[in-house]
Design a protein around this ligand. Structure first.
Ligand code: MAN
Length: 453
């Protein structure tokens, strides 16, 4: 092989798997050299290539680099030991906390049970005391509904008489046609077709038909009109409003509208006043004993809710700790301190956020919603060291594609950092994460890639 380009691996994170395998020096990673190898040149003779034996230079460069890397790896490894120690401590703390929480849970359960019994008892007493008030309330409500019905009929009655211009007790189409309000297409005239909506198959409407079908259909037109005009300046009485209004041909549209407004404004205001009067009547004032029972029941309810919340809080914490204890933080717990931290990497378009053992997020720099690129699944590195790669899956679905997922390749380094992000396939992301947690010491000879030296 002539001018053989050989990757000289300076260090291994494990004997088998290169942790530092990039062609460039990365601030967070470790270095790897790209060497034109004519050292010894015995293999180059085969291809008869011109090659100067550069063993000495290569040896020097390689030795310096190897020493540098060996130092970094050693430092990384020492950090890993610390992280592992911390991870083991965290695990112990979690176990202790879990034990405590199990006890707290038993206690919280019994408090909750006690508070529940007190609440049930207090509510029973409250219920009995409130029963008589409920009957009063029902009666008030019934009266209110009756009153509403009466007021609505009264309003319909007033309009019936107003529209019944010839006062024959029936409303004819011609009487409706004088009312501009019903000019639906606004062509200046109320056509027969436009009146049909109110008459259905009838030629005229008597009071019963008007109340049952004509009025409910007319009311929206009158209300719409009402909203268009100025509110009345004088307050008409119920009596004057109830009087049927005979409209002469000479009445201008404006006058008609004003009259209409006055007619409708009067009774409605009266209704409001009546309602207000009923409101005070509606809220029953409880007698002292009942009020006391209500207060006691309220207190018992609050105490129960508090106890219930306490149980749920303990349960939540137990679940979180159990989930955490089930996570694989490495054989020596060396990855445990990463849980709870997040690391960012910014490219042209996005800020990527890796929260180890939790989730991966993509945030557009220009603003907008985050996209979940996956949640923690498991370690998926090669058989000899599964801790070299993490998988985050079940992320947000890709348009017309799979659910997003992210693989995180772990590199040895002396600090934790997300050092690169790529999307080799649409919605499949590959991150590189540098961490001391993956650093492992190797024999000095293994760190020398150049076997000829
Ligand atoms: C977004 C981002 C990209 C992804 C496309 C797929 O723009 O999540 O990373 O490739 O959606 O449609």
């Amino acid at each position: 092989m002539s001018q053989e380009h050989r990757l000289v691996l300076m260090a291994h994170s494990t004997a088998q798997t290169p942790a530092i395998d990039r062609l460039t020096f990365h601030p967070h990673g470790l270095m790897m050299a790209f060497v034109v190898d004519c050292c010894d040149a015995s293999d180059e003779y085969v291809s008869q290539a011109t090659c100067v034996n550069n063993c000495n230079e290569l040896g020097k460069v390689a030795r310096v680099e190897a020493q540098k890397l060996a130092r970094l790896i050693k430092l990384g490894y020492e950090m890993r030991l610390q992280l592992s120690k911390k991870g083991k401590e965290l695990k112990e703390e979690k176990k202790e906390r879990l034990e405590q929480l199990e006890k707290d849970k038993a206690e919280a359960d019994s408090v909750r049970k006690e508070k529940e019994a007190l609440k049930i008892a207090a509510e029973e007493l409250e219920n009995v005391a409130l029963e008589k008030y409920r009957k009063i309330e029902e009666e008030v409500k019934r009266k209110e509904q009756e009153e509403e019905k009466r007021a609505s009929e009264q309003e319909a009655f007033e309009h019936f008489h107003r529209l019944d211009a010839n006062q024959d007790g029936k409303i004819q189409m011609s009487e409706i046609q004088t009312q501009q309000t019903f000019d639906q297409n606004k062509d200046g005239a109320v056509s027969e077709d436009e009146t049909k909506l109110f008459f259905g198959s009838n030629d005229e409407l008597n009071w019963e038909d008007f109340l049952a079908s004509g009025w409910p259909r007319m009311k929206p037109f009158l209300m719409l009109d009402k909203g268009l005009f100025k509110p009345p300046t004088s307050e008409p009485t119920l009596d004057s409003a109830a009087e049927p209004v005979l409209e002469s041909d000479a009445t201008t549209q404006e006058e008609e509208e004003e009259e209409e407004q006055e007619e409708q404004g009067g009774p409605e205001e009266e209704e409001e006043e009546e309602e207000e009067g009923q409101k005070t009547e509606k809220t029953p004032l409880y007698d002292e004993e009942t009020q006391q029972l209500i207060d006691e029941a309220s207190k018992a309810r609050s105490a129960f809710e508090e106890a219930d919340r306490a149980v749920r809080d303990v349960q939540r914490e137990i679940r979180q700790i159990q989930e955490s204890l089930e996570k694989d933080y490495g054989v020596e717990e060396e990855f445990a301190p990463l849980d709870g931290e997040c690391f960012e990497y910014t490219d042209f378009e996005y800020i990527y956020k890796l929260c180890p053992f939790d989730q991966v997020i993509q945030r557009p720099k220009s603003g907008g919603a985050d996209t979940r690129l996956g949640t923690w699944s498991n370690w998926v590195g090669p058989e000899e060291n599964k801790y070299l790669e993490m998988l985050y899956d079940k992320g947000q679905s890709c348009w017309n594609g799979p659910q997003r997922s992210t693989r995180v390749k772990m590199r040895c380094g002396t600090e934790n950092a997300l050092t690169s992000v790529s999307e080799p396939n649409r919605c499949e992301y590959v991150f590189e994460f540098v961490t001391p947690s993956i650093c492992q010491l190797v024999e000095a000879t293994e760190a020398q890639g150049h076997d000829e030296l």
